[in-house]
Design a protein around this ligand. Structure first.
Ligand SMILES: [Zn+2]
Ligand SMILES: [Zn+2]
Length: 169
């Protein structure tokens, strides 16, 4: 894996994400599991990928039902679970909030982290090679093999801090 420079600790833009064809990948996964790649599942997945970012399930349900009111909440949940199982979406829960899903991207996988504003709920992504290196070192020292990583920093975003954000720290 290519090491990202430390400057990548800047917020990532969604358009920098490498694109796979997620719908084709989902189709292959469903076929492999002997499940039907139904039109509803396809539509849900498409809407999810179009929304991008960190999508709360109820927001996804609302968006899906704008297009097709017959889709059940359970179908949306099941579809998102399938997307997570096949590695196309990553479930996230920030604080006490509800489950959100974000599109997995295949270079970074789980290796990006989040800043979460406790006032407005804004979510900012960052990547840090240093955190990754520290994680490796810590794991090695304690004889761990890391399976998942969750680094979440809670606080108030620049917008919510208003003028205070402009003053030097
Ligand atoms: Zn905020
Ligand atoms: Zn994220």
């Amino acid at each position: 894996m290519r090491a990202a420079p430390e400057t990548s600790a800047l917020p990532r833009r969604p358009d920098e994400r490498p694109r796979r064809d997620p719908l084709a990948a989902l189709g292959a996964f469903l076929q492999q599991k002997g499940l039907k790649h139904s039109r509803q599942r396809q539509a849900i997945a498409q809407i999810f990928f179009d929304m991008g970012g960190h999508v709360p399930v109820d927001a996804l349900v609302a968006r899906v039902r704008e297009q097709d009111p017959r889709v059940s909440v359970a179908t949306v949940y099941r579809t998102m679970k399938l997307l997570a199982e096949c590695g196309l979406a990553v479930p996230r829960r920030f604080g006490e909030g509800q489950t959100r899903y974000e599109p997995a991207d295949h270079h970074h996988g789980d290796a990006h982290d989040h800043l979460i504003c406790t006032a407005c709920g804004a979510i900012v992504e960052f990547e840090s090679e240093r955190i990754t290196a520290l994680q490796r070192r810590l794991a090695r020292r304690h004889g761990f093999e890391v399976e998942r990583r969750r680094v979440e920093l809670y606080g108030r975003c620049a917008g919510c801090r208003g003028a205070a954000a402009k003053e030097p720290a």
